[in-house]
Design a protein around this ligand. Structure first.
Ligand code: GLU
Length: 482
């Protein structure tokens, strides 16, 4: 059975690239009827951040990426939190020492620092295997005297070849690899060691992770071989880029799931968008529900060329998701945006929201779409000129002047009756609809575009404000024409 795992380090931040890894792992498992497991990799004790584990849970929950086993099953963080399994790793490392595949290293920091060399402008510090030649007695004496130690992997001679599902066949000369540390002086395993032990113990069949781990994979394979364990299928994913040369990074401000949600993107849209960041479906389609992704996902569609994160495309997709939301659901998530953008208490915010829903790419665009409600912007008279409808300043002035008394006399202040009163006037004047509606819409919104048409705006703003705004429009046009 397929078993995949998402193994985030709790950094307090869910990078879009990591979330994409989680999504692909989930999709690989689910599309093959397998299991998706969550593992918290917290062995780097210096980098622990408060609440960071919650960020992982909250993101996965909001993204509908549900794990099958693990942290919240069987204990606070369950059996799959690495820091809780510290002693297990030591046991495995000692097994390798026993087999001659690993060794104790007592080198001091000073000694290791002295090994550093400048090669082509880069600092390289390949371990010189000093402790590999220690005698049994020396090792025992050091251990007795509690000399701090690490345990290192003894890299065997030869070449290591493996196949990655995305990058193909890769061969590395073992000489290029360092005798990496497996157990640190604090007794915790390194990521490099723990991931192998855990993936084996958790029966992981497919390892999906960022391509930055590709170069370490041969070392992991040597560990699998040293233990005599099966090597999993590898799927390394290229980085998510900001542009052709730069990775999408924290500094860009929109690299994490949390950044995007704060910018008004919906989790479902983010997931749909990132599914396509490096994976091409076989059919020509872009909008996918999670169920459809599970149905359509195939490792063959993964690309090894880095994907560029395109906020414009994401905004488009998000707009599609916003449009499709049932209105009540949209209003629930958008209400606070409307409330903070419109302070007037006589406005039917729900009605306003119903006009805005299909016209935004993100929830954060709401305020700019509705800020004309509280205060009429100081617009220029040129807004009245609409080429297609052939409206001019003169015509707009004339039409506003004739609509004013009609609106003053409109008793029933509803969209329908305002609309039909205006229509009657249009007919009696023998003008085109737009030649009346455009100037009224402009006078009421003071914007080149508005979330709804003239009669809806009038109903929304109320009779009093409508008349005030139309009078202002008349004044503005008279001034411009004088
Ligand atoms: N803890 C690693 C990270 O967050 C996981 C790498 C892996 O999936 O093996 O990058």
């Amino acid at each position: 059975m397929i078993r995949t795992r998402f193994a985030p380090s709790p950094t307090g931040y869910m990078h879009i690239g990591n979330l994409r890894t989680a999504l692909y792992e989930f999709l690989i498992a689910k599309s093959g009827g397998g299991k998706f497991i969550l593992r918290i990799e917290d062995t780097d004790r210096e980098r622990l951040v408060d609440n960071a584990v919650d960020v992982i849970y909250d993101t996965l929950k909001a993204s509908r990426i549900t794990h099958d086993e693990g942290p919240d099953i069987g204990g606070p963080y369950g059996p799959y939190v690495q820091s809780e399994r510290k002693n297990d790793y030591l046991k495995y490392a000692l097994e390798l020492v026993e087999k001659g595949e690993a060794y104790y290293c007592f080198c001091t920091k000073e000694r290791l620092d002295n090994l550093k060399q400048e090669v082509n402008g880069q600092t390289v510090a390949k371990y010189d295997r000093h402790c590999l030649s220690l005698s049994k007695e020396e090792i025992e004496k050091n251990l007795e005297n509690k000399v701090p130690y690490v345990i290192r992997q003894k890299i065997r001679e030869g070449k290591t070849t493996f196949t990655d599902e995305v990058y193909g066949s890769i061969t590395v000369d073992n000489e290029e690899m360092e005798d990496q540390i497996l157990i640190k002086t604090d007794g915790f395993p390194t990521y490099n060691f723990a991931n192998v032990i855990d993936d084996h113990n958790m029966n992981i069949t497919h390892v999906v992770r960022g391509s930055e781990y590709l170069s370490s994979t041969p070392k992991y394979n040597l560990l699998y071989e040293a233990f005599g364990w099966d090597i999993p299928t590898y799927i390394h994913l290229p980085a998510v880029m900001k542009d052709a040369h730069n990775k999408l990074s924290k500094r860009n401000g929109d690299a994490s799931f949390q950044d995007l949600v704060a910018k008004g993107y919906l989790p479902d849209a983010i997931i749909n968008y990132i599914a396509l960041l490096g994976w091409a479906p076989s059919e020509n389609k872009e909008i996918f529900t999670m169920e459809e992704l599970i149905e359509a996902f195939d490792i063959k569609g993964l690309s090894k060329s880095p994907a560029i994160f395109d906020p414009v495309k994401l905004t488009w997709m998000n707009g599609e998701y916003i449009k499709k939301l049932p209105f009540e659901e949209f209003y629930t998530i958008a209400e606070s945006e409307f409330k903070s953008a419109v302070k007037r208490d006589d406005i039917d915010l729900k009605k306003l929201a119903s006009y805005v829903q299909s016209r935004i790419g993100t929830l954060k665009e709401i305020s700019e779409k509705v800020d004309f409600v509280d205060t009429l912007p100081d617009y220029g008279p040129e807004l009245y000129v609409h080429k297609k409808m052939k409206t001019t300043l003169e015509m707009s002035l004339e039409n506003l002047k004739s609509v004013l008394p009609v609106l003053e006399n409109t008793e029933e202040w509803t969209n329908d009756s305002i609309y039909s009163e205006m229509l009657k006037l249009i007919e009696s004047m023998g003008i085109k609809n737009g030649q009346m509606f455009w100037p009224v819409r402009t006078a009421l919104s003071g914007e080149p575009t508005s979330p709804c048409g003239a009669s809806e705006l009038a109903e929304l703003l109320g009779k009093e404000d409508t008349l005030v705004r139309i009078k202002k429009g008349i004044e503005k046009l008279e001034k411009a024409l004088s």
